[in-house]
Design a protein around this ligand. Structure first.
Ligand SMILES: *[C@@H]1O[C@H](CO)[C@@H](O)[C@H](O)[C@H]1NC(C)=O
Ligand SMILES: *[C@@H]1O[C@H](CO)[C@@H](O)[C@H](O)[C@H]1NC(C)=O
Ligand SMILES: *[C@@H]1O[C@H](CO)[C@@H](O)[C@H](O)[C@H]1NC(C)=O
Ligand SMILES: *[C@@H]1O[C@H](CO)[C@@H](O)[C@H](O)[C@H]1NC(C)=O
Ligand SMILES: *[C@@H]1O[C@H](CO)[C@@H](O)[C@H](O)[C@H]1NC(C)=O
Ligand SMILES: *[C@@H]1O[C@H](CO)[C@@H](O)[C@H](O)[C@H]1NC(C)=O
Ligand SMILES: *[C@@H]1O[C@H](CO)[C@@H](O)[C@H](O)[C@H]1NC(C)=O
Ligand SMILES: *[C@@H]1O[C@H](CO)[C@@H](O)[C@H](O)[C@H]1NC(C)=O
Ligand SMILES: *[C@@H]1O[C@H](CO)[C@@H](O)[C@H](O)[C@H]1NC(C)=O
Length: 694
């Protein structure tokens, strides 16, 4: 189709008109994280043009990562006129969003209310990799600051609510609720699914647990539960709520019950802030097939707090510490990402941090902690080894000790004989939160992939944490997995790699490399644990294999030469992201000439938004691109980074950062599924992981 230049100009003008109101810094992401702390606490504002509204907090409802509305509403009255600032509330005028910005922990909106007052609305989802007590709490903050813009005093009332849509994905299920105030003056709505089916999900939302929506009790605070139209209508009419409870507990979608707060800010001149917190408390979090068989594991926060309301009070009163800690982390990532590779790199990693951690959850108790991870969106598996692997760089960068808490459940299950195969398992359970293992051995078979991943990740953790005891503890099974690699890595059978959507293939060059690096990792593990004979043997096998691999896997006569997708297929290529393991572990196994060859090659096959994953498809993977960039020469590295940063602003995809997209159009791939909100974006930290000397 051809457009006339007038039509194009008109479109451009329209686009400018509809988007000119707000600035977006450092970018307008495909979806804006609002409350992202765990697999079940994961709500965003869809922004991309495939159904999103361009990055505005109003005019559209906040959405759980999987696509269901989790209504969260905001209104403000200024001098008796009502405006909505969050959500899609009928019959209200909206404020005008003038700016949006994000950091690694915050999404910040600035609103102009008719030239009279300005609002700064900050959504903070804390990330505290060094502080497990705080990280274990599934809570986030919303801080709303209001200030006069024109110097005059304005009469202001502030309204917010959440609906019961947060408490289950089954909209026909009955919700229940209550209102209360803690002994230290935090008023809260507590909302839950009445029948509490533990460990059960509907459309990926948890069906159990208790939600808290809270703010400080003040003289001017009023509350109300009831049908959305009634509660919101009460505020519109009166600027306050009825202090009343609706006790007609009913299905989530029947006269949608909402839980509102209204606060009279009085006559506002200077800045006045109101803090809210939203959180999910679940006593039991995971079912785990560990050393003693299947047991329920508690949420880790239960070890630190004796009740839900104790946890709530702590969180609410902790805002100043949470805020300072968040700023310290934001600044660390900001300065180190910028130093490593510039602003475009920061644009990528700061959007990725909450999403990566948002797929994880700390469970267990203070004597035995675990970090569980959900393979969000692709299949819901628990503790998927080849999803932990791409996620891993963010932990290596921020807190390597957490890596052990992720690997422990996998070792515990397999070392206690609950998995029959001699190679490493793919995942610990078909659907989160049931880490109930695969006693039949029928998990998705990716033996070469996972054996290599486990060896590389275990050594990386031990190196960064100086924990050789961990290597000794798991030597037996690591050595067992190495036997698989010695037998299978050099000439890979017809099998899938982690990129299973791309199809299976024999002799995959990149997969073989992972296996060989895995053997190289085992040589180091043997060395560090005093197993000299094994160290020498595996060193020589890895060397021998890598020499052969360079003959088998490189199209030497191509211009320019490059590694192939599979042996002998000289006109194919792919991202050789598994080379990253050689650098991360400092193995020095693969000659620098291979790194240099790939750096020279990628620019020759680059598309608008990146280098395709391989020659079978037009799509690419953002995580593997950043792994590849991390070990490339500076110019090629910047090419990858600039393209991905450009993608963030340009993509029409409207969900949380998809790691799988079409490198020509920036849109969803046409021949693979839609991924979103996956933890693999932790892999965007690949460059920063290499800078952590720990
Ligand atoms: C707002 O409405 C109240 C009640 O109708 C009225 O007393 C007050 O003067 C109004 N304030 C403004 C600023 O219009
Ligand atoms: C509302 O319910 C809470 C308990 O859920 C109770 O403490 C409070 O007194 C009730 N308020 C009114 C006005 O009925
Ligand atoms: C987890 O297992 C329980 C049974 O123990 C089951 O009721 C629940 O539906 C399972 N959850 C998911 C998400 O499959
Ligand atoms: C802590 O967790 C471990 C492992 O799940 C369990 O064996 C132990 O009993 C727990 N300790 C307490 C105090 O609950
Ligand atoms: C895999 O590569 C090996 C070594 O080049 C070769 O002998 C074998 O035939 C290849 N397998 C397939 C199916 O192409
Ligand atoms: C480990 O490697 C170092 C350096 O190559 C070597 O000196 C040492 O003897 C090795 N130790 C063992 C136990 O193999
Ligand atoms: C080296 O390891 C391979 C694979 O485990 C084994 O078959 C071989 O016997 C070992 N060689 C020596 C000298 O230990
Ligand atoms: C691929 O290239 C290598 C040299 O790099 C050559 O030996 C081999 O024959 C080529 N294979 C095919 C199928 O053309
Ligand atoms: C890949 O891109 C080419 C060129 O734009 C196009 O012809 C082809 O249909 C695309 N293939 C797929 C699978 O998207």
């Amino acid at each position: 189709m051809k457009f006339s230049s007038q039509v194009l100009a008109a479109c451009a003008a329209l686009l400018e008109f509809t988007t000119a109101a707000s600035t977006f810094s450092p970018a307008r992401p495909p979806a804006i994280p609002l409350a992202v702390k765990s697999p079940y606490f994961n709500t965003l504002q869809y922004a991309g043009s495939d159904g999103g509204n361009g990055g505005y907090l109003y005019g559209q409802w906040p959405t759980f990562w999987a696509g269901a509305i989790t209504a969260w509403a905001g209104m403000i009255k200024v001098d008796n006129a009502t405006y909505s600032w969050m959500g899609d509330i009928p019959n209200t005028q909206t404020v005008t969003q003038t700016a949006f910005s994000y950091t690694s922990t915050r999404s910040i909106f600035t609103m102009n209310v008719d030239g009279k007052v300005e609002m700064d609305i900050t959504f903070l989802s804390p990330l505290t990799p060094d502080d497990q007590k705080r990280q274990s709490l599934v809570f986030s903050y919303m801080d709303v600051a209001v200030e006069s813009m024109d110097g005059a005093a304005h009469d202001v009332q502030l309204y917010t609510d959440i609906s019961a849509e947060w408490v289950s994905g089954n909209r026909g299920s009955t919700a229940q609720w209550e209102y209360g105030t803690t002994s230290d003056g935090i008023s809260y709505h507590r909302v839950w699914r009445q029948d509490q089916p533990e460990f059960s999900e509907t459309n990926d939302q948890a069906d159990w647990g208790y939600w808290y929506w809270a703010t400080e009790r003040t003289e001017s605070l009023s509350f109300q539960s009831g049908a959305d139209v009634d509660v919101r209508g009460a505020f519109m009419a009166n600027g306050k709520l009825a202090d009343s409870n609706d006790t007609n507990y009913r299905p989530i979608n029947q006269n949608f019950p909402v839980f509102g707060f209204s606060i009279g800010l009085g006559s506002v001149t200077g800045s006045v802030s109101t803090l809210y917190t939203l959180g999910l408390t679940q006593e039991n979090a995971i079912q785990f097939d560990g050393a003693t068989g299947i047991v329920p594991l508690t949420s880790l926060w239960t070890s630190y707090f004796s009740s839900e309301t104790d946890a709530l009070s702590f969180v609410y009163n902790d805002y100043s510490t949470a805020s300072t800690t968040a700023t310290t982390l934001d600044n660390k990532i900001s300065s180190e990402a910028t130093a490593a590779a510039g602003q475009n790199y920061l644009t990528i990693v700061s959007l990725s941090a909450r999403q990566a951690f948002g797929a994880t959850q700390l469970v267990g108790n203070t004597t035995k902690e675990y970090l569980f991870l959900k393979e969000i969106s692709s299949d819901g598996n628990v503790q998927t080894v080849d999803v932990i692997f791409p996620f891993y760089p963010i932990l290596i960068y921020l807190q390597p000790s957490l890596a052990k808490l992720l690997l422990d459940p996998l070792f515990e299950n397999q070392e206690s004989g609950q998995y029959p195969n001699m190679y490493s398992m793919h995942d610990l359970g078909a659907h989160y939160p049931n880490a109930t293992g695969h006693p039949d051995g029928l998990d998705e078979p990716q033996p070469l992939e996972e054996c290599g991943n486990m060896l590389i990740m275990t050594l990386a953790y031990a190196q960064k944490s100086n924990d050789n005891a961990y290597l000794s503890q798991h030597y037996k099974i690591l050595n067992q997995w190495t036997q698989y690699l010695v037998a299978e890595a050099l000439i890979p059978a017809n099998q899938i790699s982690t990129d299973d959507f791309a199809g299976s293939l024999t002799n995959q060059t990149n997969l073989a490399l992972k296996g060989i690096i895995g053997i190289g990792a085992m040589a180091q593990i043997a060395n560090l644990t005093g197993n000299t004979a094994d160290a020498e043997n595996y060193t020589s096998i890895a060397q021998n294999y890598i020499d052969q691999w360079q003959t088998l896997g490189i199209a030497h006569d191509a211009t320019p030469p490059h590694t192939t997708l599979a042996y002998g297929m000289n006109d194919t290529h792919g991202l050789l992201y598994n080379l990253y393991g050689d650098k991360l572990l400092n193995l020095g196994l693969v000659p620098q000439s291979v790194y240099d060859m790939q750096s020279a090659f990628y620019p020759t096959v680059n598309d608008e938004y990146g280098v395709p994953l391989d020659t079978r498809h037009n799509y690419t993977k953002s995580d593997w691109e950043m792994w590849t960039a991390a070990i490339a020469g500076v110019e090629t590295r910047n090419m990858f980074i600039d393209d991905l940063a450009k993608w963030i602003s340009a993509t029409p995809t409207n969900q949380a950062f998809t790691d799988l997209y079409d490198a020509q159009t920036a849109d969803w791939p046409i021949d693979a599924g839609h991924f979103s909100a996956r933890p693999v974006v932790g892999g965007h930290f690949a460059l920063l992981a290499l800078t952590n000397p720990a």
